[in-house]
Design a protein around this ligand. Structure first.
Ligand code: GAR
Length: 207
């Protein structure tokens, strides 16, 4: 019995030791951020430890706080140097950074501090409909205007260029002739909710 108790304590110690702390970065509504937080809420190995925004009134901050996740925002000039943001990431012992609707470029010092440890989700099949100014509904509008027959999501590593890091996973869906901005956006969000958390989990613990 005593041996078993020791063994359990040892396992708990190593689980704590191995735990990966994620920061989720988002600029607006934050439905993906909330979905990721909920997905990992009772995960043994992955903890969403921090939510960061570049807008102090972003609704994602409220979502995070309602789920008891620390949530902070940094001003525009803090994103140009990246110094304070990096201090925040270090303070919360962040191992891995997940962008979920985050609309500004990641500062170089953070890219260097987290090589191959920053990922993004984009609501189209990159390289189509990517690049500066292509985010959220603008992407879906462009897809509809181009008369595309399919769209989807791309999960990729982040580098210094918008939407150009190595692709990790793409998932396609049809674009219907009856689609509106709302129906297409909804279909893409459903794909994001279904696949983003499990891709993060695979990258971090290989399940
Ligand atoms: C998501 O669709 C995400 O793919 C997109 O912003 C939306 C955020 O929605 N990201 C980009 O366009 C990045 N270029 P949410 O706030 O409801 O999670």
């Amino acid at each position: 019995m005593q041996v078993f108790a020791h063994f359990s304590r040892l396992c708990a110690f190593f689980r704590g030791f191995m735990k990966r702390n994620i920061a989720v970065l988002a600029s607006g509504n934050g439905t993906n951020a909330e979905n990721i937080i909920r997905y990992f809420s009772s995960n043994e190995y992955i903890d969403v430890s921090l939510v960061i925004s570049n807008r102090q009134n972003a609704f994602v901050l409220e979502r995070a706080r309602a789920l008891s996740i620390p949530a902070i925002s940094y001003e525009k000039d803090e994103w140009s140097s990246g110094k304070n943001v990096l201090l925040g990431l270090r303070k919360y012992k962040i191992d891995f950074i997940v962008l979920a609707g985050f609309m500004i470029r990641i500062p170089t010092n953070i890219l260097h501090a987290y090589p191959d440890k920053i990922i993004n989700i984009h609501p189209s099949l990159l390289p189509r409909f990517g690049g500066k100014g292509m985010y959220g509904d603008f992407v879906h509008e462009a897809v509809l205007a181009a008369g595309e027959k399919e769209s989807g999501i791309t999960i990729h590593y982040v580098n210094e260029h918008y939407d150009e890091g190595a692709v990790i996973r793409q998932i396609k869906c049809p674009v219907l002739s009856t689609d509106t901005l709302q129906t297409l956006s909804q279909r893409i969000h459903e794909l994001e909710y279904k696949y983003y958390p499990s891709v993060i989990e695979e990258l971090l613990i290989g399940v």
